[in-house]
Design a protein around this ligand. Structure first.
Ligand code: SF4
Ligand code: SF4
Length: 320
């Protein structure tokens, strides 16, 4: 795989300042039941990196001591970490909202019986990747059989009340382009998804988020192989909007890797660009004192234009 990091470090991306920390985004490991082409984590069934119980408990301690409001769980497939349910249960007891970045097919895997019911009982918000409402496009990007598995997963969630009004069970879908272009308007695409998924499969959902592909890991490597890397970076840069700078996710979030180290966001984590701090060390969640992050810069690179291009992009979808 081609590493794009060296081509991303030299940048004129504007300086970003931190705001109040309210969200921990935790990568529970790189094991996944899928191997999607665009994956910025390079996750897959053969990856074995997974967060230990010790570090999961470090996270719970940090949440309790720092008034964290939201825990955003990602991977790989986060549910494949064997302490996933322990973490979710304890976080909910602490009154923290939990987001599960669910690939949908995991709900049908052997060994994951009762997962959908567990998520519903704990009122976990689900953000589910579905890059298209057509079978061909989804299978092309995410692998053969993924579309049908995703539809089965969505129907299972709908049957529990997910995505339906007045149940409090949030089911958001995440779109990302299948190639080197920016996402279309989130509002118009959401209408299209609603119509198609309802008419074809009787599926409902809460909101659709659009996410720009990042020129890193598997997607970045594919760009290099196809000779499209520079053009894609230019597209991101020429589409940059300063208005999106105030709402990029790294201003209110920190990202934690499976070993417990902290980063400004999941993308910086994948590029091994740890959070800058006054101690000038790679900081671990077990020793994190937030005063050491005050007035320190967020680490930026050319990939950051992926967050500010067009309507903007974050793990919560378009920014404007
Ligand atoms: S994009 Fe998500 S579902 Fe696909 S391989 Fe990566 S972590 Fe797994
Ligand atoms: S890539 Fe990360 S650091 Fe850069 S703007 Fe986006 S969220 Fe912030």
């Amino acid at each position: 795989m081609h590493n794009t990091k060296t081509q991303l470090l030299k940048t004129n991306f504007p300086k970003l300042n931190r705001s109040t920390l309210d969200t921990l985004q935790v990568n529970l490991g790189y094991t996944c039941n899928q191997s999607c082409k665009h994956c910025h984590v390079n996750a897959g069934p053969k990856r074995t990196e997974t967060m230990s119980l010790e570090h999961i408990n470090d996270i719970l301690t940090f949440i309790e001591n720092n008034n964290i409001k939201k825990l955003d769980l990602t991977g790989g497939a986060p549910e494949l970490n064997k302490y996933f349910r322990h973490l979710v249960t304890r976080a909910r007891e602490l009154n923290v909202s939990v987001i599960d970045r669910c690939n949908l097919t995991i709900l049908n895997e052997d060994g994951q019986q009762g997962l959908a019911e567990f998520l519903a009982e704990n009122q976990v918000e689900i953000v589910a990747s579905l890059p298209c409402y057509s079978k061909d496009n989804v299978d092309k990007q995410r692998g053969k059989g993924v579309f049908n598995g995703s539809i089965t997963g969505l129907q299972k969630l709908n049957a529990l009340g997910y995505g339906k009004k007045d149940t409090g069970l949030i089911l958001n879908l995440m779109y990302n382009p299948i190639g080197a272009f920016l996402p279309p308007s989130q509002i118009s695409l959401e209408l299209e998804y609603r119509e198609k998924l309802h008419d074809d499969f009787n599926i409902v959902f809460s909101k659709l988020y659009t996410l720009t592909n990042m020129p890193i890991m598997r997607f970045g490597s594919t760009l290099i192989s196809k000779g499209e890397f520079e053009n894609y970076i230019n597209l991101l840069k020429t589409s940059h909007s300063d208005d999106n700078l105030q709402t990029v996710m790294c201003r209110n979030l920190i990202s934690i890797d499976w070993q417990g180290y902290i980063y400004d966001c999941d993308f910086n984590q994948m590029l091994d660009m740890p959070t800058a701090n006054k101690l000038k060390n790679k900081l671990h969640i077990s020793e994190l004192d937030l005063t050491n992050l005050q007035n320190t810069p967020i680490q930026v690179g050319e990939h950051c234009y992926g967050c500010t291009a067009g309507s903007g992009s974050s793990c919560g979808g378009a920014l404007s």
